[in-house]
Design a protein around this ligand. Sequence first.
Ligand SMILES: C[S@@+](CC[C@H](N)C(=O)[O-])C[C@H]1O[C@@H](n2cnc3c(N)ncnc32)[C@H](O)[C@@H]1O
Length: 300
Amino acid sequence: MRTDAGPHLFRDLGLSELLEWLYETHGFDFRNYRAPTLERRISRRLYLTGAKSYGEYLARLKETPAELTRLLEDLTIKVSRFFRDAPMFERLARDVLPTLLSGRGRGRDRSFRAWCAGCANGEEVYSLAILVEETIRHRHARLRVTIHGTDLDDKALRTARAGFYSEGVLNEMPHGYLKAYFDRRGDDFVVREGLRRHVHFSRYDLTSRRSLSPPGGVFADYDLIFCRNVLIYYDLPLQERIVSKFTKVLAPGGVLVLGTAEHIPLPVAPMFEAVSRRWKIFRRLSDAPPTPIFREVIGR
Ligand SMILES: C[S@@+](CC[C@H](N)C(=O)[O-])C[C@H]1O[C@@H](n2cnc3c(N)ncnc32)[C@H](O)[C@@H]1O
C-alpha cells in the first residue's frame, strides 16, 4: 500500500484500502477528500448494496462495473447552474471583465484565456463565455477567446460538450441571453456555434501531481480561473496544492474566483489581493514571491 495517502492514517483500514484501489486501478484520487463527506457518501452505497463492511463493498466493486459508476456519481457532486450566484457574475461583468479585457484585441495582445476547473455539466463555462462575448461585443474588440472547462467526470464532460440543456436548467437565464446564444430543439435548448467556438472541454484531475493545468494550457498564462464549489470537498493540504497550481498558471494580475464558502489557503494567501471578499474574487499579485508550498508543487 502507498504511504503518501495524506493525513488520514487513522482512517478505517477498509476504507483506506478501497480508496487505494480506486486510485491504483482507475486513477481516481479521493484519498484527500474531506473524511465526513467521503464516509457519508460511501456508507450510503454500502447501505444500498447491502454490504456489511468496506471490505465486502470493495469485493462488490471489483465484480460490478455498474457499481463503480454509481459510486463515482455519488462521490462527484455535479450540482451547478447557469449564472450560479448571480451577484458574483454581475460583479464580474461590471468591473472584473472590463478591467481584464481593457486594451485587449489590439496590437499583440489579442487573446483572453480562462479556465473553469471543476465545470460539471458546462453551465459555468457557457455563463462565463456569454459575459465575455457581451463585453467584447460592446467594445468591438477582435479577440481570440479560449475558455477551458475541465472536470474529473467524463459523463459531465459529454453533457458539457453537447451543449444541450432542458428548459428547467435554463430557468434563471436572462431571456435576452437565451435568445442570443441558444437555439430551441424540441423541449431543449442547444448552445449556438458562435459561443461554442470559444470553449474547450477536457478531463483533468485537479489533484494530479503530474501537470499543473489542462492539456493545451500548460504554459499559457490564464487571465481568469474559476474553481467554485470544488475545494470544499477536499482537506486543507489538498486545497493548498490545488490553489498553488493556480498561482503558477495565472498571469500576474489574473483573477481567481472560488465558491462563496471557500477560502484561499493561508500559505498561498500572500500571493493574492481580494477584489471581493463577499464573492471570493481574488487578483494574483504581480510581485508576490513564491511560497514554500508553491515551490513544492512545481517540484523545485
Ligand atoms: C459541485 S460541482 C461545482 C460545479 C461548478 N463549478 C459550480 O460551482 O456550479 C463540483 C465539480 O467538481 C468536480 N471535481 C471534484 N473533484 C475534482 C477534481 N479532483 N478534479 C476535477 N474536477 C473535480 C466534480 O466532478 C463536479 O463536477
